[in-house]
Design a protein around this ligand. Structure first.
Ligand code: NAD
Length: 313
């Protein structure tokens, strides 16, 4: 299958690499100069579960995606949420009437942006449990296991969704067709909404924040704001299950020893965060539904303040 990976950072590199190695015709698209030039010159390198591999996958800048490039059957978007619209605008010529677009970005509301560029029946929304990192430009670090849960957002897209599930399965990416991906997207956003902003602002590992007496009351407040807004959108979150799930990550000998990815983005790399698509989305939707969301609103404002203090870009 002809597949474009729009945003070939950590996750885009993982998906691009695994799809390429299973025989698909893959192109990577990215705007990060050092990364693109390194891959053009040396191929995409990865530490793949401890094995050093290199694959010569074609990579282009978004502005190179002019109309003379063949349209693709599947586009997997893997920018940060803040870059999605810009990327879609740039790769418009690649999106044909039959092109399916799969979005696995963290956060809420991406389908609203996608619908400006892709017909609704071709939009697939999902979440993934895969993780990925970049060691350097052109070099990914890919460890562990995962899966992808996806669903068409329009009933007319179901056959296409099943086809893409099979492509992902064949690549070892663990494709699963979901009958209620909206729930999964909200649940994942809620989990991210409890720890990303808090640990980033406190400059704390998940375990260090979890060990404070403030953690559980803060988590409960954030989860209840997500649940109230989700309900307005027809999604009933199980607040206790989410709280228990998050609390289980506090173990300082397990996930608790790590910082959430937003901490890495903002505090370590001074990059803009996805807060507007996590707590910020709940704050925005809450205002529209006339629901108070003081914790999500305050967290979003503080993260933006920190972005400005650190001159994040
Ligand atoms: P990423 O930052 O690695 O890549 C996204 C884009 O950022 C790429 O287009 C890349 O060019 C650019 N970029 C990356 N590093 C850069 C740098 N140092 N300087 C300039 N530009 C740089 O993001 P990601 O981790 O692949 O995440 C993509 C989406 O997937 C996000 O929505 C994220 O929340 C989600 N996600 C990530 C993971 C993970 O483990 N990384 C897991 C699940 C979901």
């Amino acid at each position: 299958m002809k597949i474009a990976i729009a945003g070939a950072g950590a996750m885009g590199s993982r998906f691009g690499l695994m799809l390429y190695r299973s025989g698909n015709d893959v192109v990577l698209i990215d705007q990060w100069h050092d990364h693109v030039e390194t891959i053009k010159k040396n191929g995409l390198k990865a530490n793949y579960n401890g094995q050093e591999i290199t694959e010569q996958i074609p990579i282009f800048y978004p502005q190179e995606m002019t109309s003379n490039k063949t349209q693709v059957e599947l586009i997997i978007v893997f920018t940060k949420a803040t870059q999605l619209e810009h990327m879609l605008q740039a790769i418009k010529p690649l999106i044909g009437i039959k092109t399916m677009v799969l979005c696995l970005l963290n956060g809420l509301g991406h389908e609203d942006i996608l619908q400006h560029y892709v017909s609704k029946k071709n939009i697939l929304l999902g979440i993934t449990m895969w993780t990925a990192g970049l060691e350097a430009p052109g070099k990914a670090k890919l460890f562990g296991d995962g899966e992808v849960e996806l669903q068409n957002i329009d009933p007319a897209g179901e056959a296409g969704a099943h086809r893409m599930v099979n492509v992902l399965k064949k690549a070892g990416l663990g494709g699963i067709y979901s009958s209620n991906v909206k729930y999964s997207v909200w649940r994942k956003a809620c989990v991210n909404g409890t720890l990303n902003g808090t640990c980033t602002l406190l400059d704390a590992t998940i375990g260090a924040f979890g060990a404070t007496t403030a953690a559980i009351p803060i988590l409960k407040a954030i989860i209840s704001e997500f649940a109230a807004v989700a309900q307005k959108e027809g999604v009933v979150l199980n607040q206790k299950e989410i709280l228990d799930h998050v609390a289980a990550t506090f173990d300082p000998n397990g996930i608790g020893m790590h910082y959430p990815s937003m901490h890495q983005d903002l505090i370590k790399n001074h990059r803009l965060t996805e807060i507007d698509y996590i707590n910020g989305a709940v704050a925005r939707k809450g205002r529209a539904y006339n629901l108070p969301t003081p914790y999500c609103t305050f967290l979003t404002e503080l993260v933006h303040a920190e972005e400005q203090i650190l001159k994040a870009r």
